[in-house]
Ligand binder design. Structure first.
Ligand SMILES: C[S@@+](CC[C@H](N)C(=O)[O-])C[C@H]1O[C@@H](n2cnc3c(N)ncnc32)[C@H](O)[C@@H]1O
Length: 231
């Protein structure tokens, strides 16, 4: 990929994203995770110290060729066994229904085909499993969103493919996941174009009627109708 993407950017990213304001958000969002967890977009492993005790095994994927020294100091420091696989989340080499939780933090902005990756998340989660997300994306403030669109081409170059303007909840729903909790907030100490946050939990479960709708056997149900399920 080149010296910037392989050597300089990962170090800058690691330095910025280990700041206390990121640490606290990581700790909060990871708190419910349990059992066998899959993390997509592992980066330099900054989530590792924040997984709770109930996490017994971590499988992680990331296609980037980050310097070993940066990643290893995280993976060898913690008590959770970690298996890091160097590949993209759009095509996961895992059996369906094998993870208790899947985690994505500041990653859906960068994955080239986020809906494909989220479909894979849906596939590999156990039936009762849940997907934790903590992501920046498109702002609800129209002025900020306009600036996000303007700055996006530049951001993609300097931040190695990161997009400022993805509507994270829309992508999650497009992949067939059901959002059960979501919070929007502005991250402190981060420019507004990069700090419009989406934090929440989604599940692979879909209401039975919604499944049959996609097969075309039923008429569409009005939003908010009984049984329409959470959005
Ligand atoms: C801004 S970093 C965030 C890293 C980490 N999740 C964190 O919270 O510190 C975005 C990460 O997404 C990874 N990424 C890019 N394309 C990906 C893909 N197709 N599948 C999985 N991860 C990808 C990048 O290599 C990078 O590590």
């Amino acid at each position: 990929m080149g010296v910037y993407a392989d050597q300089i950017f990962p170090r800058v990213m690691d330095w910025i994203m280990r700041a206390p304001r990121f640490r606290e958000l990581r700790r909060q969002v990871l708190a419910p995770a349990r059992g066998h967890v899959l993390e997509i977009g592992f980066g330099t492993g900054l989530n590792l110290p924040h997984y709770p005790r109930g996490v017994t095994w971590l499988t992680a994927v990331d296609p980037a060729n980050f310097p070993n020294a940066l990643v290893e100091k995280q993976t060898t420091a913690g008590s959770i066994p970690v298996k890091l696989v160097r590949l993209s989340a759009e095509t996961l080499p895992f059996e369906s229904g094998q993870f208790d939780w899947v985690v994505s933090t500041w990653t859906l902005c960068t994955i080239p085909d986020p809906v494909a990756a989220l479909r894979e998340v849906r596939r590999v989660l156990k039936p009762g499993g849940q997907f934790i997300f903590l992501e920046h994306g498109r702002s609800d403030d129209l002025k900020i969103a306009t600036w996000q669109n303007r700055l996006n081409p530049l951001q993609r170059v300097i931040a190695c493919g990161c997009n400022l303007n993805r509507s994270i909840d829309t992508l999650i729903k497009q992949a067939g996941l059901t959002i059960t909790q979501m919070e929007r907030f502005q991250m402190e100490g981060v420019p507004r174009v990069a700090g419009a946050m989406y934090r929440g939990i989604a599940t692979p479960h879909r209401p039975i009627l919604a499944e049959s709708l996609s097969s075309g056997r039923h008429r569409p149900m009005a939003p908010g109708a009984p049984g329409a399920g959470p959005v």
